[in-house]
Design a protein around this ligand. Sequence first.
Ligand SMILES: [Zn+2]
Length: 310
Amino acid sequence: MRTLVMFHPDCLEHLPGPGHPESPERLHVVMRALWEPEFAGLAWREAPRGSREQLLLVHDADYVDTVAALAPLEGTAVLDGGDTVMSRGSLDAVMRCVGAACAGVDAVLAGEADNVFCATRPCGHHAEPDRAMGFCIFNQVAIAARHALHAHGLARVAVIDFDVHHGNGTQAAFHAEPRLFFGSSHQSPLYPGTGAASEHGGSNNIVNVPLPPGCGSQAFRNSVAMRLLPALRAFAPELILVSAGFDAHRLDPLAQMELDDEDFGWITREVMAIAADVCGGRIVSVLEGGYSGAGLAGGCAAHVRALMGR
Ligand SMILES: [Zn+2]
């Protein structure tokens, strides 16, 4: 498999402040993991800057303008009750996140790579069309899905989200759009409180698999295999995007789902098997959460190893 990693150093310049879990160190951890000799076969590309037009595929113009106006020249500005803050470099960072995800879609649809991993931050899946939430400012995975419809004319695009938190923002962006599918496994109860199994979306295009704290590997794999993967296959997407959070890892300080490194490799290979059957293997994965250094490094390495076909 030819796997491309999208990255830009601007993503290190979003500085939410001392003690904030979504720190630049997260991206350093990912980069160190992917610089190991076993990943020498990865291709790397600098992420372009996303555009306002891409933001408007998902976000309200008023919200986009508000974020741009709030971006501080020094210190931090609060977007969401203290959870989501902007520093001087935040706008550049989030625009690289959006650009990376959209350029990743362009690359796999052009056949330049089999799959793509966007090593970018901050995460995006909690950001709703009109508001920031949970460390997320713009929703790059939802934007990339809309970009695939809008710029490439695809008819069906799916997002699989295995971050331990429910991707409420992606669900909100996809709610009434039958061309988009959202499937999520997540811990419940946990922030943000959405993602009940009864939430199916306005077009029966959403599948939520909530799992209890402490569920562990076997319950995770069984539930994903029985409820998420068959729905993904039935939707027959032309492109699969992944919200790849690694905070379901047993070492993560923010959740208790108790997964191991290899569970992230397992779900990646399962999604790849469906992608191989229905969409020529085309996958674009976007980094979401993961707040334990060792858990993020191990989970992300297992994920990218699988993307490389190992
Ligand atoms: Zn998360």
